[in-house]
Design a protein. Structure first.
Lengths: 171, 239
């Protein structure tokens, strides 16, 4: 087969008004971990907000990684399946093995400021065709005969094509 | 019991714990294009059925909360025994202290995925040599790890961050290693992954962190490359 290969990125934002139990746990535990870890970079609590702290103390960017430890087990609970992003049949279909956790902003004393994002990077997909507003996708396969299972999908907000590779179509 | 205590300690602001009862339910609607029989297409204007949230969430501890922090990495095995005592109270043991440690691998690299590029990393592997334990009644925490490697401008060390049970930072410090032992491990431990040798190594006396206080941060270490090491240190905090 001679198809373009893409990966999709879904950036999920979790703020103080979580919609689901999973989001609520990610929100609470990441904020609790932030409150612990931020003390390493701002022991006297001089910076009220994370966005202020990273300007004053560049090393505090490590907090993205350090706080991610609090949500790693929640990511495992997703069992490699990207949340929220549905195909045209209303089913989750994107698989991921890579994600990136980031603190958008936070504050020790005000949970309403705490906002984080998780960018899920999908496993590679074949981009077979574009039908109107939809893209026709399939998981890469070595099979050369028989029908190929496909997914019809319309890119919603916060989902983007993250990577594309054009094949060499010599045959 | 320790885990329960730890989870409680992370509840830094009062919230209702979400129900975990749904965790036994099975997610049946995922990615199964061929399953089921033909159905009548819904041509109405009724809102489409939403997907289930699953796989169903359960309250989980930080990935740091574990005693074995090796994650399959190479190195000479080492048991790190850290006792936390209270300088404000005749150095009695501090129970319930949260102790975070982290150190580099045999090549001098730390685990972290926070690079600027979206690197392809399996997220289950990126927290090696990082751990968190809660001290027991004797103020003791124990980690199963390896003898750390070293990197430029630093002597062998382990980072430690100690919090009280409410998550308030009590002390950020580092554990020092005897120079001669670091030399032995890095010069003769190639079979265990220590291939850098000692060329360019920074000894404790020249280390910017340890040079003025190494005796107060020095650990006691027994054992050998073959049998593994036991590290012990008492860290004094103002609890």
């Amino acid at each position: 087969m001679c198809n373009r290969v893409i990966t999709l990125c879904y950036r999920k934002i979790i703020a103080h008004n979580p919609r689901t139990a999973w989001e609520k746990m990610v929100f609470e535990d990441s904020h609790a971990e932030y409150r612990m870890q931020v003390q390493r970079f701002d022991p006297d609590g001089r910076c009220a907000r994370f966005s202020e702290l990273v300007r004053q103390v560049p090393e505090s960017r490590q907090l993205h990684f350090l706080v991610s430890t609090s949500v790693a087990n929640y990511l495992k609970q997703l069992q490699d399946l990207v949340p929220d992003v549905l195909d045209n049949l209303g089913r989750r279909f994107l698989h991921f093995k890579t994600y990136r956790f980031e603190i958008i902003d936070s504050a020790i004393h005000d949970p309403r400021i705490h906002r984080v994002s998780i960018s899920f990077i999908s496993e590679p997909l074949w981009w077979l065709d574009t039908i109107g507003e939809y893209v026709l996708l399939a998981e890469p396969s070595d099979a050369t005969t028989g029908p190929l299972p496909t997914k019809l999908f319309k890119l919603p907000p916060y989902v983007s094509i993250n990577f594309i590779q054009y094949p060499k179509c010599d045959d | 019991m320790e885990r329960k205590k730890f989870l409680k300690s992370l509840s830094l602001f009062a919230v209702a714990t979400p129900s975990v009862l749904a965790s036994c339910k099975k997610d049946t609607g995922v990615d199964d294009v061929y399953a089921g029989t033909d159905v009548e297409i819904d041509g109405s204007c009724v809102v489409s059925p939403p997907e289930t949230e699953g796989p169903f969430p359960t309250k989980s501890p930080s990935s740091l909360e574990r005693s074995n922090i090796i994650d399959g990495k190479t190195g000479a095995k080492m048991s790190a025994n850290i006792t936390v005592v209270n300088s404000n109270s005749d150095c009695i043991p501090v129970e319930g202290a949260i102790v975070d440690i982290w150190h580099c691998d045999v090549d001098g690299n730390y685990s972290q995925y926070g690079n600027t590029q979206m690197q392809r990393t399996d997220f289950t592997d990126v927290y090696f040599f990082r751990g968190r334990q809660v001290s027991d009644g004797q103020g003791l925490v124990t980690f199963q790890t390896i003898f750390p490697g070293w990197y430029q401008s630093r002597a062998t060390h382990i980072h430690v961050h100690i919090f009280n049970s409410s998550g308030k930072s009590l002390l950020v410090t580092q554990i020092a290693f005897p120079d001669d032992l670091s030399a032995t491990v890095n010069s003769t431990g190639a079979a265990y992954g220590y291939t850098k040798g000692m060329s360019g190594y920074t000894y404790n006396a020249r280390d910017n962190v340890f040079h003025d206080s190494v005796s107060r941060q020095m650990s006691t270490i027994t054992g050998s490359l073959a049998t593994g090491f036991d590290l012990s240190i008492t860290i004094r905090v103002n609890a």
